[in-house]
Write a protein that binds this ligand. Sequence first.
Ligand SMILES: [Zn+2]
Length: 167
Amino acid sequence: MAGNSYVNEIRFIVDHNVGKLAKWLRMMGYDSLFFDGGDDSQMVRQALAEGRMILTRDAGIMLRRVVNNGRLKALFIESEEPERQMRQVMTSLDLKNNLRPFTRCLECNHPLAARSREEVKDRVPPFVFKTQTQYMECPACRRIYWRGTHWKAMTRKMENLANTTDN
Ligand SMILES: [Zn+2]
């Protein structure tokens, strides 16, 4: 049920060494912060404080005591290749039955708000206004989203990833 999935929703901190995952996860509707690669301990503290899972290719993080004793959830990403990384995350965390695309800003991770066609009229290109009826706006960065060709291509790619099992 849609209502329950929000309660159990996984939230992430995406380490800089697997940074592409942040946009993909946002696209699927998951709250995903990007960590820019500063102080690892700061990332660990934030993950603990906000109940986030760390996604990383840094084996050192996996050896930390808070990870070993289960207080901090972390997933070691095996591949260097973004599509394989995404497939690993979707498979091992079973995300594919819980996708909510078009709900979160790809740039700043903020939840999107629905906007009527009239509300965005002066802020989208005329050909978009003519052809698109559904719009979302990021209340934080004011970016407007619609289901254009780029969006459709990304969604299709995501569905393909979800439907292929490991290798
Ligand atoms: Zn935004």
